[in-house]
Design a protein around this ligand. Structure first.
Ligand code: MN
Length: 132
């Protein structure tokens, strides 16, 4: 199903363009912000179907932004996928422990990235596994 709204949170212009181009080619609608703080506001206003979250951001980082999204009833059910540079020590386990619904390392592998996006959108809002 195409047409879902995806919020891209990424401060790097090139990465943002790559993600935007791939998603729009696949028929998704995208909105973009460069900081975690802005992502909170836009997530509340637009209620995207999925959020793609860079970790290293100016201001609050992606993990803190995720915490705040989860703390807000208006945004807590939105699936959030982390996008981290592979050079970082944090891998899939750390990202899942932090509460992310998915994880992709940068540089993004386009096929795997698209598959991960589709999977999270299929799971959809409200069916996110609650962590105990
Ligand atoms: Mn970054």
């Amino acid at each position: 199903m195409a047409g879902e709204l995806i919020l891209i949170v990424e401060d790097n212009e090139r990465n943002r363009k790559l993600v935007r181009d791939v998603l729009q080619f696949k028929g998704y609608r995208t909105i973009e912000v460069e900081t975690g703080e802005e992502s909170l506001r836009l997530a509340r206003d637009r209620r995207p179907n999925l959020i793609l979250m860079d970790i290293r951001l100016p201001g609050i980082n992606g993990i803190e932004a995720l915490k705040r999204l989860r703390a807000d009833p208006a945004t807590r059910a939105i699936p959030v996928m982390a996008m981290t540079a592979s050079i970082m020590t944090a891998g899939p386990e750390e990202m899942r422990a932090a509460g992310f619904d998915g994880y992709q390392s940068k540089p993004l592998q386009v096929k795997a990235f698209v598959a991960a996006v589709e999977e999270l959108l299929e799971k959809g809002q409200g069916t996110r596994r609650t962590t105990t």
